[in-house]
Design a protein around this ligand. Sequence first.
Ligand code: G3I
Length: 318
Amino acid sequence: QFGLRDYAVRHVLRIGTAVDVNALQNEEQYRQVLAREFNSVTPENVMKWDTIEPVRGQLNFEPADQLVDFARRHGQMVRGHTLVWHSQLPSWLTNGNFTNQELEEILRQHIYDVVRHFKGKVYSWDVVNEPLNEDGTLRDTIWLRALGPDYIAKAFRWAHEADPHAKLYINDYNIEWIGPKSNGMYELVKSLKEAGVPIDGVGFQGHLGIQYGFPGDIQQNMQRFADLGLDVALSEVDVRMILPVTQEKLTTQAEYYRRLMDACLNVRRCVSFTVWGFTDAHSWVPGFFQGQGAATIFDENYQPKPAYFALKDELTER
Ligand code: G3I
């Protein structure tokens, strides 16, 4: 049986999904669809700091290693997610009273520990995740406070030292269209490139909702980043809707997925398209947005939705 990964081969494109390791461990159907459809995986949670180091100095790579092993057995590449973020930090870190210098040392050690552990197994890293405010300025985080704006450049340099072959990305949401936030990202990565910081790409998360409209200039926007000499990726795509599901909403949703794929295929340096979960049975959306859901390409019974066929058609018919 063919899957999206087979339709993607004639494009220079990785087709991926975020993986919920709980479901991976417990559901045969989840494993089957995951293996059949995708040639790239991103751990949804298990490479985040609170999972990797729940107790200071005690590294817990077990769940992530399971995913990496599954990926190896099924010919899937692994996108590492994520090294530097303001969220899902262990409480020993957020509650500890560390000096700025200690925090810098802790962050450096974290990046070394994690990147070295997965060296040669993770082909790209979301080194810095969600660094921007909606107005394009740097978000106020523990890292900005402790290290200053330079924390971003430092993180990339440390990650590069730990694995010189890994592709290093910066990743954010609400940067799909041209506006203050994506302009802020553009200026940021431009200055990183000019300073010789080892950054390879920009991830556009792509968490959309049909009630908000489609970012019609996404192709043009991704292209301007590509023109800086960077790869671009759609890194966390889902398209949510206000429940209940109707046929009309599913059709609109499918159109959004199709247009995202179209934009990516039209940008030569758009190297991967990752959905943030592939089944409505395991999606972050209902837990975060009350009354919303059905954001993925398979329904809760692992039946492909119109959005699935939209991606398939887009990959096969052009
Ligand atoms: O691990 C605990 C578990 O022990 C406990 O029983 C359970 C009870 O609620 O919670 C579990 O932790 C949850 C974790 O997901 C694993 O399921 C957290 O509460 C929950 O907050 C966490 O949510 C994740 C979220 O990031 C955290 O910010 C979502 O699954 C994940 O999809 C989401 O992913 C982010 C990307 O990393 C970055 N971009 C946005 C995207 C969507 O928010």
